[in-house]
Design a protein around this ligand. Structure first.
Ligand code: HMG
Ligand code: MG
Length: 301
């Protein structure tokens, strides 16, 4: 089995931190993650800086990323204005995002679901004209902080619209980390009746400790692209309590222990996490990182 890990810590992680990390330190973290073997990095968002001040340096960071031929840099783009900014940088791929639930969509991007479709369609179409592939994110797939349960037909409707626009993949977000393994299996089986596994990705938050097991269920269902954050950084500022993505260290530890090569060196990855801890001034939640910090070498894969 081959698993593609999309490292989202610099975007999903840092957008939820109180501290703002200076751009040169972000660049250093990018370098460290690449040295560890990470090849898909979501580095920032071209959203409104007032909404996400932690990523207000998007233009500067994206414009000064280290050049590596085999690394794919990605960034979130919410609308035409964001696309125009992104196109001035060498970022390779973009991601548009919206929610399966109406209230989270409004809180997050200030529009109804139906109002969002044409905005994203314009981004995907214009990006294609510039040769830029676009991923789609669907948030609140497994539950919404404002509406609770989200019917799977709403998820299907949004996925269908995104694929029709031309996104190459949809990443399914458990935005507030409420999903349980049986629910993930059930929802994925329903989605897989409509979309092929190789066009879907799993984006699990670990708020309630189910991130890793949910990722495993996704793999069992044939979904081999998984998003995670080094250190377990992460969240969505417009989803209260949406702490921490699934930690990349935990995913890499589990996979390499099971004989799946991710191309990522756990020692170097942990070093990047420890640097991020220093910058943020707090321990990060990744359990593999915690074990390393405590000098517990049995966590070495
Ligand atoms: P809006 O205020 O509705 O925008 O924001 P608007 O179109 O009405 O424009 C208002 C002003 O903002 C205008 O300026 C625009 O130019 C400016 P003015 O004319 O008044 O001077 N503007 C911008 N400036 C810079 N960059 C832009 C931009 N767009 C408009 N791109 C908007 C709409 C979407 C921009 C806003 O709601 C926003 O930035 N939201 C950010 C939300 C966000 O980043 N959330 C977190 C990421 S999603 C997530 O974490 C979930 C995920 O991880 C998956 C999961 O876990 O589920 C992906
Ligand atoms: Mg997220």
């Amino acid at each position: 089995m081959e698993v593609r890990i999309v490292e989202v810590g610099l975007r999903d992680g840092l957008q939820n931190e109180r501290a703002v990390i200076p751009v040169e330190h972000k660049r250093d973290l990018v370098e460290r993650l690449i040295r560890a073997g990470v090849r898909h990095l979501e580095v920032t968002s071209f959203v409104h800086p007032k909404w996400i001040p932690q990523l207000a340096d998007a233009d500067e960071l994206a414009g000064s990323l280290p050049v590596h031929d085999d690394v794919v840099y990605r960034a979130l783009v919410p609308n035409r204005r964001g696309l125009d900014r992104a196109l001035k940088t060498p970022v390779h791929e973009y991601a548009v995002f919206m929610s399966a639930s109406e209230t989270h969509n409004r809180k997050n991007i200030n529009k109804s679901i139906d109002e969002t479709f044409p905005v994203l369609a314009e981004v995907v179409e214009e990006a294609a004209r510039h040769g830029k592939p676009v991923r789609g994110y669907v948030s609140t797939v497994f539950g919404c902080p404002y509406e609770g349960e989200v019917p799977v037909r709403q998820v299907i409707k949004v996925c269908e619209a995104l694929f029709e626009m031309g996104v190459y993949e949809v990443s399914l977000g458990d935005t507030i980390g409420v999903a349980t393994p049986s629910q993930v299996r059930e929802v994925l089986r329903e989605l897989l009746r409509h979309f092929p596994a190789n066009r879907l990705a799993g984006h699990f938050h670990d708020t309630r400790g189910t991130g890793l097991v949910n990722a495993w269920v996704a793999l069992e269902e044939g979904i081999t692209t998984l998003d995670s954050s080094f250190g377990g950084l992460g969240g969505c500022p417009y989803a209260p309590g949406a702490s921490g993505n699934l930690a990349t260290e935990e995913l890499v530890y589990m996979l390499s222990g099971m004989g799946v090569d991710t191309g990522i060196d756990l020692d170097l990855l942990c070093e990047a996490g420890l640097v991020a801890e220093k910058l943020l001034g707090r321990p990060l939640p990744s359990r593999v990182l915690r074990a390393r910090a405590a000098g517990n070498d049995s966590s070495k894969a």
